[in-house]
Design a protein around this ligand. Structure first.
Ligand code: SF4
Length: 64
């Protein structure tokens, strides 16, 4: 398993991460992305990788 992070200084609140991987990301009341799991389950890795590539601000990191 891997740990995903969102750089809050980059995130602009597009919410794409939560649409692509809703079991791993959510948006707060301001629409900013947040990670809702400590570790990304292996089965979620493809969706999280897609979210990394789709984030317009390159705010998501997934060190593997
Ligand atoms: S897709 Fe990127 S910019 Fe948009 S909410 Fe998620 S982390 Fe933030």
């Amino acid at each position: 398993m891997a740990r995903a992070t969102i750089d809050g200084s980059r995130c602009q609140g597009h919410g794409r991460c939560a649409l692509i991987a809703p079991d791993v990301f959510d948006v707060d009341d301001l629409g900013m992305g947040r990670v809702v799991v400590d570790e990304v389950p292996d089965g979620e890795l493809p969706d999280v990788r897609a979210a990394v590539l789709s984030c317009p601000e390159s705010a998501i990191a997934l060190p593997e």
